[in-house]
Design a protein around this ligand. Structure first.
Ligand code: AMP
Ligand code: MN
Ligand code: MN
Ligand code: MN
Length: 284
């Protein structure tokens, strides 16, 4: 397959913390010129059959996807899985266990937010939740905007929900090695999501890439909604240094909240091996 393809291999639906259904996302991706699509809900593959059918209905080539929450060096890191068998029992169980603590965490978030003057946030967030197994900080952010405490969701994260802020409840997610093995064991490719977003020292970042590789991880997002042009240049260099393939995805969540719409991304820097070159046989 060609190096320059309008691939969008990272986005979210109501099955996690997006606001559109898989049936709404597929035609939007198609209309925006996407040529290869993956829905990557957080810790969930419950939307895969719907996304695949919706993609087929509009003639859009599709790869299965998910975005797994991982704790590495006490920091939350996201690993995107692409092109795996969605009926594989190990990835299904691993993701179910990763989702497991979310309700308890959300109840604690509700209690913390009440203490800083935002009552009933758990109940408020639940109004925005499409999948009761996947209550996310994004759902709280939407409720906190609705209730007038902040003008937009970015402001909510800055004031209440980012690490260290009053509504942030630390949580232990999946292990890096387990996550990479769930994905590769089901025939997929594991990709480090939006690496520029993590607050690592250079040594910690090197350790992440080294360990990811040693567990069988193969890719990194070079072009993604949260990356600047300089970030893309930096992680293109990481692709060469660590012999990784490059991925590209908007991380689209909502027409009202996401800066980057489906497929509206810069091209991959030249000279990299795109992740889709490893996944041709997995495209549906
Ligand atoms: P959770 O998995 O519940 O910890 O929620 C993480 C989600 O919150 C991410 O996938 C993003 O959708 C959203 N998020 C995290 N940080 C920010 C931020 N600074 N601004 C807007 N959304 C954010
Ligand atoms: Mn999200
Ligand atoms: Mn992410
Ligand atoms: Mn994402």
């Amino acid at each position: 397959m060609t190096q320059q393809l309008n691939a969008d291999l990272h986005c979210h639906s109501v099955v996690s913390d997006g606001t559109l259904t898989p049936e709404e996302l597929a035609p939007r991706a198609k209309a925006n010129g996407v040529e290869l699509w993956a829905l990557t809900d957080h810790d969930e593959i419950g939307g895969q059959a719907r996304a695949m059918a919706a993609a087929r209905a509009v003639g859009l080539p599709y790869l299965t996807g998910t975005e797994v929450s991982v704790t590495f060096a006490n920091v939350t890191v996201h690993i995107v899985g692409l092109g795996f068998d969605p009926t594989d029992p190990q990835i299904e169980r691993g993701l179910r266990e990763t989702r497991g603590g979310r309700e308890e965490r959300a109840r604690q978030m509700g209690a913390e937010l009440a203490r800083v003057g935002i009552p009933d946030a758990f109940e408020g967030a639940m109004k925005y939740v499409g999948n009761p197994d996947l209550i996310s900080r994004s759902h709280f952010a939407r409720y906190i905007v609705e209730s007038g405490h902040c003008p937009d969701t970015n402001a909510v994260f800055r004031k209440y929900l980012a690490e260290g802020k009053p509504g942030f409840v630390p949580h232990r997610w999946a292990n890096l090695g387990d996550t990479v093995r769930w994905i590769t064991g089901a025939g997929g490719v594991a990709v480090i999501a939006h690496p520029a977003r993590y607050k690592f020292t250079a040594n910690e970042e090197f350790a992440l890439f080294n360990e990811f590789k040693s567990h069988g991880g193969q890719g990194v997002e070079v072009v993604t909604g949260a990356h600047s042009q300089a970030d893309a240049v930096k992680y293109a260099e990481f692709c060469r240094e660590f012999d990784l393939v490059a991925s590209r995805g908007s991380d689209f969540h909502s027409p009202d909240e996401s800066h980057t719409d489906l497929g509206k991304l810069p091209e991959l820097p030249n000279g990299l091996t795109p992740v889709w070159s490893l996944l041709e046989s997995r495209i549906q």
